[in-house]
Ligand binder design. Structure first.
Ligand code: XCC
Ligand code: SF4
Length: 641
């Protein structure tokens, strides 16, 4: 078709390019096509469009040329701050709901109503102790009961603060937040208060709104990310290093292929279990077996704990269907494009939604509940098997490329790997390498891919630039998938590292019987950004400094989801610089921009001054790497190294 962008400009992934060509030939529209057609609203892009009440929508004209206040009198600063707050609210409520699901699944499990087993007993004991529970002589079920009761308090208590915040925050951060009156009482109250606070005619002081946003982000961090990860580890075990494969080539022509997509592993784990149990059914329809592949963060959860292969990441989630060989795509919550059904209906693929509050019109809905987890998973797998017979052979074309990758780097696994170098003091080799300059610092590459940006390019380029400069990289989410696809989660990627970093990764790898550790350590899904926070707290504790003093940063080069803004704000509040490669829709307010980016040094309040972390907004990955490294060097200097 004329005027369409070259597929090579849309994604770095050649398999995805191939599928985009196929989609065009077959007349199928994808997210990349829709992104190309959708012109972005100039007001919305800067965050100055307000539709909070029926006097509006109102929008503030840029550069003073036109109305400078909404009908109610709200100015650009108020509107931008409220919009950011609401984005963070969306992210926070997503993660908090995720955590709450896991709490209930654990409770139902010990009450005998849900077909799961408590696999992470060490983690359970460790959490229980941290929460002040006496573990002496108690059965596992009793400990789960007491730990989940502490978790439920984080949705209910009317005074004090979140148990998980007390459990997981670094002492210096806790003191700072307490002094600034930022400690949330409970997750639900804070979300409700945030909604009440950002309605028309409530809080309109932009600085106050920004502090509210930070307070809410602590709910995201502790009652969302940390609680989800911790309790998932209790249920399914803490991840350990695994080897797996990446790219669309993991879809197998002669097997029943099921893609698992979404976020909460409760369903995904069951689908894997039932695929194993029903393996014998596949030959009855002429298939050689059942092949589960991951997409997005459900993919991450299964990769981390089960070594399940990953087909693709966010922006290209339609592509597994376009191979013509996907027999079912089963989804739960978040990041699931409604457009999937449009694509699925052009093939034999059955799109299956499972969560009552996340349905897609036209898709099959098989209700998943923890009580009925087995029945639902069994039905899903059986349907996929029967769909195998409905394939159209003329429509099948699977890209061949496959990349090898390692994942499963929980904090526990990282510490264990380091123990092989120094058993009595595992963090010492890492800290020594940082002090000597062999490792300059560490950066977490997090977040997504976004159909508006060339897929994988910015994630990969940034990492290449960082590791070349001896910066250690850890990764989560769909950006980790980008790295996996391009060999950066494999020791093969070592050739891109600077000498110092390469030396350390090789030494630690060899102490563990591997040729080397990969240049980027895959730490999990987006909720597993909590693992990164844990690692930073441990390092800061070891060095007896604040998290804000560490030569580290976070970066989301290709994000698309408001969840990333919630996570990013939590990291800012914890004293970590956060680079964003995608327009965060705040540039319409000089005040908000200055508070977050500390662009003007003499600005009265900045997150940098309050917490020790700031936003670096830079779309170019090479320039971003320079800016990140500059800050890392500044923090090194302050540490005297
Ligand atoms: Fe979604 Fe988590 Fe982003 Fe991927 S990385 S696109 S948020 S699935 Ni979380
Ligand atoms: Fe307009 Fe104010 Fe209503 Fe927003 S809250 S739509 S700025 S009148």
């Amino acid at each position: 078709m004329k005027g369409q962008p070259d597929v090579k400009d849309l994604t770095m992934d050649t398999g995805v390019q191939q599928m985009l060509e196929k989609a065009r030939e077959e007349g199928i529209e994808t997210a990349f096509d829709r992104a190309a057609k959708m012109t972005q609203c100039g007001f919305g892009s800067q965050g100055v469009c307000c539709r909070l009440c029926l006097e509006g929508p109102c929008r503030i004209a840029p550069k003073g040329k036109g109305p400078q206040r909404g009908v109610c009198g709200a100015d650009a600063d108020t509107i931008v701050a409220r919009n950011l707050y609401q984005h963070v609210m969306q992210g926070t409520s997503s993660h908090v709901e995720h955590a709450r699901e896991i709490v209930h699944a654990l409770i139902e499990t010990i009450e005998g109503h849900a077909p799961y087993q408590i696999q992470g007993t060490d983690k359970l004991k460790c959490l229980a102790q941290g929460l002040g529970i006496d573990i002496e002589g108690k059965e596992i079920n009793q400990l789960v009961k007491e730990v989940t009761a502490k978790a439920l308090e984080d949705f209910q208590k009317q005074h004090g603060t979140l148990n998980w915040l007390k459990l997981k925050s670094h002492e210096k951060n806790f003191q700072n937040w307490e002094a600034l009156n930022l400690l949330p009482e409970n997750a639900h109250a804070e979300i409700a208060k945030s909604l009440a606070r950002t309605v028309m005619g409530a809080d309109s002081d932009p600085a106050n709104l920004l502090m509210g946003t930070v307070k809410l982000s602590l709910v995201d961090g502790f009652a969302g990310l940390h609680m989800s990860t911790d309790l998932q580890d209790v249920m399914f075990g803490t991840p350990r290093a695994v080897k797996a494969q990446y790219r669309l080539g993991v879809i197998k022509k002669d097997m029943v292929n099921i893609a698992v997509h979404g976020h909460v592993p409760l369903l995904a784990e069951k689908v894997v279990e039932w695929a194993g149990k029903l393996e014998g059914e596949a030959p009855k329809v002429g298939a050689q077996g059942i092949n589960i592949v991951g997409v997005c963060c459900s993919g991450n959860e299964l990769l981390m704990r089960k070594g399940v292969n990953v087909a693709t990441n966010y922006a290209s989630q339609e592509m597994p269907i376009i191979t013509g060989a996907l027999d079912a795509m089963v989804v739960d919550i978040q990041c699931i494009m409604p457009g999937l059904q449009q694509v699925a209906q052009c093939y034999h693929t059955e799109l299956i939604t499972t969560i009552p509050y996340s349905k897609i019109s036209g898709a099959t809905h098989i209700e998943f509940s923890t009580e009925k987890a087995d029945e639902a998973a069994r039905e899903i797998v059986m349907r996929a098997i029967s769909n195998f017979t409905k394939r159209d052979p003329n429509k099948i074309s699977i890209p061949e490329e496959i990349t090898e990758a390692y994942a499963g780097f929980s904090v526990e696994q990282i510490v264990e790997a380091l123990s092989a170098v120094n058993k009595s003091d595992p963090l010492k080799p890492l800290v020594d390498s940082i002090a000597s300059g062999s490792i300059l610092g560490a950066v977490a590459i997090v977040g997504c891919t976004n159909p508006r940006r060339k897929q994988d390019k910015y994630n990969v380029e940034l990492v290449m630039e960082l590791i070349k400069n001896n910066v250690l990289v850890v990764a989560t989410g769909c950006s980790a998938h980008s790295l996996g696809k391009f060999g950066l989660l494999s020791p093969d990627g070592l050739k891109y590292c600077g000498e110092g970093l390469r030396g350390v990764l090789t030494a630690v790898g060899q102490a563990n019987g591997l040729p080397a550790l990969p240049p980027a350590l895959h730490m999990g899904s987006c909720v597993d950004n909590s693992r990164i926070a844990d690692l930073l707290s441990a390092l800061a504790g070891y060095l007896n400094v604040g998290v804000k003093d560490l030569p580290v940063a976070g970066s989301c080069p290709e994000t698309h989801h408001p969840k990333a803004l919630a996570i990013g704000t939590y990291f800012l509040a914890s004293g970590v610089d956060v680079h964003v490669g995608v327009n965060p829709q705040v540039t319409g307010s000089e005040l908000v921009t200055n508070v977050l980016t500390a662009a003007k040094e003499d600005f009265p309040i900045t997150t940098d001054a309050l917490f020790g972390g700031k936003i670096i907004y830079e779309e170019d990955s090479v320039k971003a790497a320079e800016l990140i490294i500059e800050r890392i060097k500044m923090k090194r200097k302050a540490l005297g190294i």
